[in-house]
Design a protein around this ligand. Sequence first.
Ligand code: HEC
Length: 152
Amino acid sequence: MSKLKVGLIAGILALTVGAGVSLAAMSADDAIKGRQACMKQGHGGVMKVAVPIMKGEAPFDAAALKAAYDGEDAACKDWDAFWAPGTEKGTVETHALPAIWTDKEGFAAAGKAWYDAATKLRAATDEASFKAAFPAVGAACKGCHEKFRAAD
Ligand code: HEC
């Protein structure tokens, strides 16, 4: 193999490894798109199934809820990367407030409030236990949005 060819391959390898590293860190735009998809498709997907049950317009449906929870987990799995330093702004519009990065403990607490409420909701086995657990989840969404999401 010629020296040039070896050099080229080494260069391509270096490029590939470099790309892998930047992918793991996630660009600001990807983080913004990722967190918005977690919110809209992930959390929103659960709301779509949960709200009709809460209103009495649909029966408690464990299978539909399980599918929505799985979708929520998938859409939100990179949660920590979605709010990494350097993702405050990108070229994509974001409603994330600076407080997320200045009040890290408050933001983590708001995230935990959701997690705890959602864990109880996911444990619901019938309409009564579901209806009892749901308000805390709604309150956790609202609690975080009030502090950490710009209104419009
Ligand atoms: C720990 C904080 C936090 C929690 C908990 C939270 N959100 Fe959000 N949400 C945000 C932030 C911050 C944004 C703005 C993200 C952005 O624009 O970059 C947002 C944006 C959204 C959006 C708009 C997404 C878009 O397409 O721009 C929806 C819808 C949403 N949230 C729904 C929910 C629901 C439903 C829940 C509860 C099940 C929830 N969120 C829980 C922080 C939170």
